[in-house]
Design a protein around this ligand. Sequence first.
Ligand SMILES: Nc1ncnc2c1ncn2[C@@H]1O[C@H](COP(=O)(O)OP(=O)(O)OP(=O)(O)O)[C@@H](O)[C@H]1O
Ligand SMILES: O=P(O)(O)O[C@H]1[C@H](O)[C@H](O)[C@H](OP(=O)(O)O)[C@@H](OP(=O)(O)O)[C@@H]1O
Length: 302
Amino acid sequence: MKIVVVGYALTSKKIKSFLQPKLEGIARNKGILFVAIDQTKPLSDQGPFDIVLHKLSGKEWQHVLEDYRQTHPDVTVLDPPDAIQHVYNRQSMLEDVADLNLSDAYGKVGVPRQLVIKKDPSSIPDAVNSAGLRLPLVAKPLVAKSHELSLAYDQYSLKKLEPPLVLQEFINHGGVLFKVYIVGEAIKVVRRFSLPDVSKPELLKNAGVFRFPRVSCAAATADEADLDPSVAELPPRPLLEKLARELRRRLGLRLFNLDIIREHGSADKYYVIDINYFPGYGKMPEYEHIFTDFLLSLARSK
Ligand SMILES: Nc1ncnc2c1ncn2[C@@H]1O[C@H](COP(=O)(O)OP(=O)(O)OP(=O)(O)O)[C@@H](O)[C@H]1O
Ligand SMILES: O=P(O)(O)O[C@H]1[C@H](O)[C@H](O)[C@H](OP(=O)(O)O)[C@@H](OP(=O)(O)O)[C@@H]1O
């Protein structure tokens, strides 16, 4: 059996959460060898690799990978740097979902209405008014690496925000979010607790902008919770498969997840609110076999 050599360039945090002993053991049994890339040495002097798996920040690494792809077209880079940059920006990340305008018998998938504010916080109230955005609004840094999010209840307090940012209409979704992990053609969905709905009386009673923590992290799993079925019911599988297939193609990514919410009170109106490249796969059910089978399929398709 030909050994599939996977070079990886990951942060120590990601190595700890992703390259778990169970994954390496299952990989070895399937003929896959994970080899750490030495970031202090030229990438071309290392390997040879069948696949390069990476998630590092910085322009330097991006250039190293782009040069490597030119000189090693036979090596699969997961995923291409330019495709990754596209989803690191909270404006461009959702453009493909909006353009897709997916609507079929299983439901409709869109994105919340949003507005990009590049600078001048004093201009925000008028800009929100002109765009006709409905309060409350979620304020998110334009660059997706930052997770400092806020919820704004009135437009005048928006002046306190610090551009560049995206202002996104808050969609009531019953306090449950669907994290859709994608590995090539494989899809796994988990439920996470999310921000609670904001009622009209609450909106009228509250004023200001409030920072909130990472409410939907793995510790906020809702998979075992006793939830209202209409809120907790997973999005239809055929809808997710069509959405994932289209986004794989349009985004040029094989390793990403989608954060999806369903409008509370609607049976079939979904919104993609976030896309992460190479997310926390260590928390994806059955990720070891899913991931290693994907790597084998890549190696065989060359
Ligand atoms: N438009 C929205 N409507 C309703 N809730 C939202 C919206 N956008 C974000 N949220 C809430 O804020 C949380 C974080 O949003 P988002 O995923 O965009 O930011 P993030 O910093 O990437 O978070 P994470 O890294 O945890 O995914 C979501 O899990 C959800 O609870
Ligand atoms: O708890 P979750 O799975 O929601 O948190 C993820 C987070 O959304 C990001 O995907 C992190 O990946 P990075 O952005 O690369 O840090 C994951 O970190 P990881 O070290 O577990 O891969 C979080 O788990």
